[in-house]
Design a protein around this ligand. Sequence first.
Ligand code: SF4
Length: 421
Amino acid sequence: MSAIPSLKKNHLYRLPWSANDNPIGWVEVTDICNIKCEGCYRLIMGDGHKSLEQIKSEIYFMKKWRNCDNISLAGGEPILHPDIIDIVGFIKFLKMKCVILTNGYALNDSMISQLKKAGLTGFSFHIDTTQIRPEFKKKKIESEMNLSDLRLHYAKMACKAKVNASFGITVHAENYNEVPEFIQWAINNSNLVSGISLITHRMMPTKGITYFANGKEVNVGADSLGYTSENNSSNETPAITSKDLYSLIKSHFPGYEATSYLGGTEDHTSFKWLIGNMIVDKRGRIYGGYGKKAMELIQTFHHFFNGSYLVYPNRKVGKAILLLSPFDKFLRKAFLNIIKQGLKNPIRFFKPLNVLGIGIIQAPDILPDGKIDMCDDCPDMCLHEGKMVNSCRLDECRIYGSFLEPRIQKTQEKPIDPILN
Ligand code: SF4
């Protein structure tokens, strides 16, 4: 097997998304949830559900000031909000796509068809071994692959209603080696699954660090936030990064290509968002992927013709992506593979192809000097008291009135393990 090329920024397209022109608007409709995920970064505060009026004004803000292509409805569990259908309808009314981030548990066929009618584009399902789920009588599931049938159940429900389904897992030391199997599951079901996301697990350690908010020292204990713990609670040392996941995926699926990234706000060697893809058929054959040039053309053309950048493209784009082959060497390679396979069995020329998106997110890291490396031009910012804040750290603002500023205590010898999920 040939050596896996290391990730280099000049081989990738830096997504042109910014704080003011970003395809994603993140709107949290509720704090309330029906299951428990380890490292969940949302505490229940106040009444739990936001009012419909407040939610509409946040959505409108995202449209007007952030120029979004899509609103991601998050929480808590958004499906539990009593006005969820109206919320989706309002997003459609403002001519944006709408994706709901859900654990799936409260969904049924009737709810999905009402959401579809209201204008829902897709679900991003979070189903993984960090959860204690009612479907398994609250027993901890040890292997990601034991959740494949449950994921398939939700993928089929979404597909029946013609709604996209993508699946995300939090990656930590215990399930890291299962990532290739999880991807293989998505490839085998690419007619139902539009993409997957892999989010590296992070906690905010309280040992060896003093925290300040608004310039004053604050007492942060292991249970102060959903993502604080005495130490980084996962066993990985050092923490799993996007680069690790890229190498792992590439070593199992040589056809996988990374196209684009967002870097870190402090560490210029980090890849906080790494977007990649594979072109696959229904039988799980991988033909390759598209590269940075195709991604640049997709973003530029979408902005030129629609006025906003693109996120969550339709997986059914299939063979149409090949039109960009003259401009993208990875796509030309995939095109040649399709021709070769078609010459072996001409029926394959008529079979549909799907593009499976693979998103890797490396959550914030505390650096040895105490600075926090966030995602540059964070796509998942939400509105809090009139200001945009990174949704992964919203509870710091809600509890302490500002982001926490860590100061590493002098006795600390080793670099700190990083924060949050
Ligand atoms: S900074 Fe936090 S909220 Fe923003 S994209 Fe990164 S992990 Fe998500």
